[in-house]
Design a protein around this ligand. Structure first.
Ligand code: ADP
Ligand code: ADP
Length: 232
């Protein structure tokens, strides 16, 4: 479902070269939950941002759902990006809009009718367990509730792939568990492939089928969670 082939990303900053990713290849089969774990500065953010081309790789190939994204025109890419949902550490909700308006936003942009939007938002908020917050503003929600809104918002587009950028890193352990359970549920019920990046081993152990370890811009290990975290 997601394939990165020999991705290199070099940043140039004040005459210095920073090799954020060096020849990274990975394959995420459809329906799996795949984790990339590494310390701060290892290249996790750059890697996940290369999948939806928020960051353009210096070289290599990005294939999502059979399409080579770097070969697409801008309008084709915009189309494909709708298949790729993303959630963030700090949720990135629109603070001047209610929960309803946040979740409805992309549907409005897509020109969906008001009655269908209402139905769809209701259904999405049921899925994430937040129907009673429909008219609240993000500021009064807890971190876990904000992440549930962000998940509902990204699912509105019916993505095939969900990218999670340190999605539980701002949450306490109990809330982290409940959000991870929700992600697992979404993966199973909606058959959405999930790629997540994290610095937390517990996250990978809790929900990932497969894991890759990134260090200094290189994938240094890859396998099932059992293989990578096997006790000696
Ligand atoms: P992580 O997400 O694992 O903390 P990042 O992908 O953010 O790692 O960063 C990898 C390396 O690339 C770091 O050395 C970081 O400083 C550098 N980097 C990331 N983005 C940029 C950028 N836009 N410009 C310059 N350097 C960057
Ligand atoms: P987060 O942990 O919230 O994902 P990051 O620290 O990874 O945030 O990066 C935030 C933004 O800053 C990203 O767009 C990343 O590419 C950019 N960035 C990261 N490191 C650097 C750097 N050394 N120089 C310039 N931009 C950077």
């Amino acid at each position: 479902m997601i394939e990165l082939k020999n991705i290199t990303k070099t940043f140039y900053k004040t005459g210095r070269e920073i090799n954020a990713l060096q020849d990274v290849s990975l394959h995420v089969p459809p329906g799996k939950i795949f984790g990339v774990i590494g310390t701060s500065g290892a290249g996790k953010s750059t890697l996940i941002r290369c999948i939806n081309l928020l960051e353009k790789p210096t070289s290599g190939e990005v294939i999502v759902d059979g399409k080579s994204l770097l070969l697409l025109s801008n309008s084709q890419l915009a189309q494909e990006r709708r298949q790729i949902g993303m959630i963030f550490q700090h949720f990135n909700l629109l603070s001047s809009r209610t929960v309803f308006e946040n979740v409805a936003f992309s549907l409005e942009l897509a020109g969906v009718s008001k009655s269908i939007i209402k139905e769809r938002v209701q259904e999405l908020l049921e899925l994430v367990g937040l129907t009673e917050k429909v008219n609240d503003y993000p500021a009064i929600l807890s971190g876990g509730q904000k992440q549930r809104v962000a998940i509902a918002r990204t699912l509105a587009n019916n993505p095939k792939v969900l990218l999670c950028d340190e999605a539980t890193s701002a949450l306490d352990p109990g809330t982290t568990r409940s959000i991870l359970n929700l992600l697992k549920d979404i993966n199973k019920r909606l058959n959405i492939t999930i790629l997540l990046i994290t610095h937390q081993m517990e996250v990978v152990k809790a929900i990932c089928d497969e894991v890759a370890v990134i260090s200094n811009g290189k994938l240094i290990e890859q396998g099932t969670v059992g293989e990578i975290f096997a006790n000696p």
